[in-house]
Every structure is written in C-alpha cells, then in structure tokens.
Design a protein around this ligand. Structure first.
Ligand code: PMP
Length: 400
C-alpha cells in the first residue's frame, strides 16, 4: 500500500455518508446565538451536544474579562510556558486552580487533550505500568503510547478486574499509574470511584483522575466526582479541561505532590507548545469563580439532565446506564442512526452522532449533552423531536 492509499477507506466512508445529505461530522454552526442556540443549515437549532454544561460561554463577566485581557495583554503569547509564554496571569490562574481544588500545585496546559496526554506520558516511563480503564479517552491512550510504559487495560468500571491485574503485577504495582475518568463522555456513566481508590491504595499504586466532564457537574463546589464522594485526599492527580464547564479552552493538572511542579520541566506537551492566550486565561479565571459561587447553575444542569433522561426513557429509547448531563441514545443500526441524526437536525435539534469504533459498544449513539442554560421548553423540544422519530420511522428495523 502506498503512502496515501490507506486513506481510501476514509474517502469511501465520507462518500457513503454524503449520500444521506450533508456530512454529520464537522457540522458548521453558521452563527452562534447563545450557549444553547445556533444557526445550522440556515435554521435556528437547539444545541444539544455542546458539552457547555454550565452555559458560561456568553457569561457577561467572562466576556468582559476576556476583552480587558485582549486590550491589556494582546491576542496571544507567541511562546511556550518554558520560554516567553508565561505571564503573571498564567500564574494567577494556576494559583486559583490550586486554591479551588485545595491542592498545593497546579499546572495549566494549552488544551485538555495536551494536559491528559502530557501527564500520562510524563508520569509513567519505560519501567512503569499504566493501568487504564478500557473506555478511556483518546488523550489517555495517546499518552500511554508516548510514555514507553507497559500498558494494561482493566474492564470498564470494574474494580475487581483492576485488582486482579494489580495483584498479578506483584512488586511492580508500586510503579503503576491507574487512570480513570470522573464521568465517561460517551454513555454518561460514573466510575465506582471509592472501590477503585480502595484497590489502588491496597496495592500502593497512584491514581490520575480525568475530571474533564465531571468538573462543574459534581460536588458541593463543583470540583468533580472526587469531591462529591469525599475522596479528594486519596486521588493523587486530577486533570481536567477548560473547554466544558468553564466555557473556554485549555487544560490543567492539580496535585499536592511536589513532583507536579517538576513536571513543568518534563512534560513535552507543556514545554513545546504556545501557552493559552491571555483572553482565554482571563475568561477561565472568571468562570472558575462562578463555578464555586453559583451552585444554582449545577442545580439547573441536573434538572435539565433528569428531564431529558426521563423523557427519552419514557419515549421508549434505550439510554445510558444512569441519569447524567450526558444522555446517550443507543441505536443499533448505523443507517438508522444517520437517518435519525439528519432528521433531528432538520427539526432544529443538534446532537452528536457517534459511530463505532468511537463508541464503547457495537451500537451507534445519538449523544446529547445538557446545559444549565437550556430552558425547560428546549428540553421538551429535544424529547418530542426524538419521540417523533419513532412515530414516523422511515427506515425499517428496530432501534436500540
Ligand atoms: N479528557 C476527556 C475525558 C475528554 O472527554 C476530553 C475532550 N472531550 C479531553 C480530555 C480533551 O479536552 P479538550 O477538548 O479540552 O482538549
């Protein structure tokens, strides 16, 4: 096979997808109206797949802070954190993150992907073991590849399987980094964190918890699942992103272990990329304050999440295992999933279409994510648009 021939299957897949009309991936939002509404294909559309959990993307104080930073510090830093790209505001954000999470150290990265990938690949080296949940995000898998460590997967959300594998490692369990997520982004399921923490403590391993989807969503202060379950003191490293509840872009790691500060001089995804723009840092700092001080955002998010989960269940859809701001609808046939995705969009509802192997099972997913900014009426519209799919089923066959 020549260098470029391997892309032919992708070209074929794109061609087949185009037969349904427009491409379901990389949809263009022609105009953004609010955290929950945009113009897509010329039509006003409810955004029900944006991960904008707290709806902070249009928060006036965040926008003001970003504008002020643009005026004061310019459009970009034009350099990496290790060279000229560390401004006092990057340090301020790190201090505020450490304080927010009640940890001694915090590191800010340019994206969440770079934070997770960088931490995983730097914490574990050639003589170490990475023991990761099988349904881990791509950034965790890529970090594993770069680490040079031995990579072992444990069955998704299965502490007994984790224990079995740690036991087999013998003394090497002390050289092991266990990796899990606070909320799994495809099905919206939570890990049995207490059991996972018990097991890794018993075997002397360390835990890195990716709270990308759970920060702002769980916990009295919005610090994530570890806070909600009162386990923060037993989770060595927490990574996360600014691109979901915080409404901007960027990533971080927090820990009370002094080694985190040394990782500044070792993580390649921190050292060899430009630092976040000042406007991004400023809006993130403002959003971080709001996460802690406006618990009503979390309450509204959960009200919407429960309404959507219950509504879709009542309409007969097979949804993820527990109510969550991520609500996934299983559809067994790919053709039907694509058809339904288009029809939802024609009806003014955007959700994420996820096709295997990007899904954790062989089914396709119509993945919705809720926001505190959705109104009750918008959630009703999403549910009724799904219900209409069933009543006017154009393609034969059963839905999952
Ligand atoms: N970790 C997890 C679990 C994620 O789901 C994502 C993004 N969806 C990331 C990391 C990467 O975050 P970002 O998109 O902010 O780079």
């Amino acid at each position: 096979m020549s260098l470029l021939e391997k892309f032919a299957p992708l070209g074929k897949m794109r061609h087949e997808l185009l037969e349904y009309g427009s491409l379901p991936f990389g949809v263009v939002t022609e105009r953004v109206i609010s955290p929950t509404v945009g113009i897509v294909h010329g039509r006003e559309t409810i955004l029900a797949g944006s991960n904008n959990y707290l709806g902070l993307t249009f928060e006036p104080s965040c926008i003001e802070a970003a504008k002020a930073a643009l005026d004061a510090e310019g459009t970009g830093t034009t350099g990496s954190r290790m060279a000229n790209g560390t401004y006092s505001t990057h340090h301020a954000l790190e201090e505020e993150l450490a304080e927010f999470f009640d940890r001694r150290h915090a590191l800010v990265f340019t994206t969440g992907f770079l934070a997770t990938m960088g931490m995983v690949s730097t914490l574990a080296g050639r003589d170490d073991v990475l023991l990761i949940d099988a349904d881990s995000h791509a950034s965790i898998y890529d970090g594993c590849r770069l680490s040079g460590a031995e990579i072992i997967r444990f069955r998704h959300n299965d502490p007994a399987d984790l224990e079995k594998r740690l036991r087999r490692l013998g003394e090497r369990s002390a050289n092991t980094l266990v990796v899990a997520e606070g909320l799994y982004s495809m099905l919206g399921d939570q890990p049995p964190l207490e059991e996972i923490v018990d097991v890794k403590d018993r075997y002397g391993a360390c835990l890195l918890l990716d709270e990308a989807h759970s920060m702002g969503v769980f916990g009295a202060h919005g610090r994530g699942l570890a806070e909600a379950l009162d386990l923060e003191d037993r989770v060595e490293f927490v990574v996360g992103t600014f691109s979901k509840s915080l409404g901007s872009v960027g990533g971080f790691c927090v820990s009370s272990l002094p080694e985190l500060d040394l990782i500044r001089m070792a993580a390649r995804s921190y050292i060899f990329t430009a630092s976040p723009a000042p406007s991004v840092v400023a809006s993130t700092r403002e959003a971080l304050k709001l996460i802690a001080t406006r618990p009503e955002l979390r309450e509204r998010l959960w009200r919407n999440a429960n309404q959507l989960y219950g509504g879709l269940q009542e309409s007969g859809f097979r949804v993820g295992p527990q109510p969550s701001p991520v609500v996934a609808v299983f559809v067994d046939q790919t053709e039907l999933a694509i058809d339904w995705w288009h029809r939802l969009l024609d009806n003014g509802v955007y959700v994420n279409l996820v096709i295997p192997p990007a899904t954790p099972s062989t089914s396709c997913l119509l993945r919705c994510s809720m926001s505190a900014a959705h109104t009750t009426e918008q959630v009703e519209r999403i549910v009724s648009s799904f219900a209409n799919l069933r009543s006017e089923n154009r393609l034969a066959g059963s839905a999952g």
